[in-house]
Design a protein. Structure first.
Length: 50
């Protein structure tokens, strides 16, 4: 596992994405997994682009 540091704005966006998924009927655990995976993939993509 690795640590990804998110700004407050990024954290807020993640919360909003999780809430939007939950509003569509996705369980909280699954919504967190989906958003966390997207954050990790974006982080890895940005890391490779550097």
């Amino acid at each position: 596992m690795f640590d990804i540091i998110l700004t407050h704005e990024q954290q807020q966006k993640a919360v909003e994405q999780i809430q939007a998924l939950m509003a569509k009927g996705v369980s909280s655990g699954e919504a967190i997994q989906i958003v966390a995976k997207a954050i990790r993939e974006a982080h890895n993509h940005n890391k490779k682009a550097s």
